[in-house]
Write a protein that binds this ligand. Structure first.
Ligand SMILES: [Zn+2]
Length: 325
């Protein structure tokens, strides 16, 4: 039992219930939205999010973890407003999302020249979000988030990953790393986190489920990582049958306790044209409840194993902070 901060106030870890480990309320390019006319409309998009999150709760999901950090348009006051209107728990994060460089704000701060032994200001910012709260909202972040993608371990990506590791070691907050399993980026993450002294059991390797390579994923599970099988509905990256197939295969291999499920969906997402989203009809919050769980059952995954992935594993990951010594 542990108290987990959410946008609607602290929740006992035992009451998190069925948890989707990686969903966004809004992913938006804040500076573009503030300066150009787009299809964003504050009132209607907030109402739409309330409706979608209410439907998700009605489908039996009690909690979402929202890894929307700097680079993805994090704005917690709006999330707090939504949290007040829904029953589902929304857990928020701190961190920086980049595939290449650090944001300009950080570029000339901290350890920007090799050999310059100055602390990275990101670390204190992340720690404050976790221990005191985000800006003036009073809402604490419950996990850390960063990313590595096809470009690999660039200097900027490595800097954020090490800052996240240091903030984790100071707070115990669990870590989520966006990865690109097609290029086995998880192993590069493993190398840096080992150097920093981070236990794999505190770390979720997001987007592991984009790969059908059960041997590679087994290797990561064997290290102790929690694998994010978290893009159900993004069929363009991996079709439905392969996505459910690799989960069922890993369950067969004994790794039900190393996986968590989600869609990586959003109520609003401004990175693509609306037609793109129309071409991905399964990429919504209800796909797991409606299609994925029934198919997993057909493939021999038991109710208990589903509960392990939806309830026990996210809970254990969020309890990292409390068990941390
Ligand atoms: Zn995401």
């Amino acid at each position: 039992m542990a108290e987990i901060p959410t946008a609607g106030g602290p929740v006992d870890s035992g009451a998190l219930g069925r948890t989707l480990i990686h969903e966004h309320v809004f992913v938006m390019t804040t500076e573009v939205q503030a300066n150009f006319k787009t299809d964003w409309d504050e009132a209607s998009n907030v109402a739409d999010a309330v409706e979608k999150l209410t439907a998700l709760k009605a489908a039996g999901i009690d909690t979402i973890a929202d890894p929307t950090v700097i680079g993805l348009g994090r704005y917690i006051p709006r999330i707090v407003d939504i949290a007040k209107q829904v029953e589902i728990n929304i857990i928020v994060a701190t961190g920086v999302y980049t595939y290449a460089d650090v944001p300009m704000y950080f570029r000339l701060r901290g350890p920007f020249l090799p050999g310059l032994d100055r602390p990275d200001p990101m670390v204190d910012m992340f720690v404050t979000d976790i221990t005191e709260g985000i800006a003036d909202t009073g809402v604490r972040a419950a996990f850390l988030k960063c990313a590595i993608d096809e470009p690999g371990m660039t200097p900027g990506v490595e800097r954020v990953l090490r800052a996240v590791a240091k903030a984790h070691l100071r707070t115990g907050a669990p870590v989520m790393v966006h990865t690109h399993p097609g290029t086995r980026r998880g192993l590069e993450v493993h190398e840096i986190l080992q150097q920093e002294g981070v236990s794999p059991s505190s770390v979720c390797l997001a987007h592991s489920g984009d790969s059908p390579d059960a041997d590679h994923l087994s290797e990561l599970a064997e290290h102790g990582y929690l694998l994010g099988m978290d893009r159900f509905g993004v069929d363009a990256y991996l079709p439905f049958e392969q996505r459910v197939g690799v989960v069922a295969e890993l369950v067969k291999r004994g790794y039900a306790d190393r996986m968590a499920l989600a869609h990586d969906a959003s109520c609003y997402f401004d990175w693509v044209e609306p037609q793109f989203l129309e071409a991905a009809p399964n990429w919504n919050f209800l796909h797991i409840s409606k299609d994925v769980l029934p198919r997993l059952r057909e493939l021999g995954v038991s109710e208990e194993q589903i509960d392990t992935m939806l309830i026990d594993n996210p809970r254990r990951w969020f309890e990292t902070a409390v068990n941390f010594r």
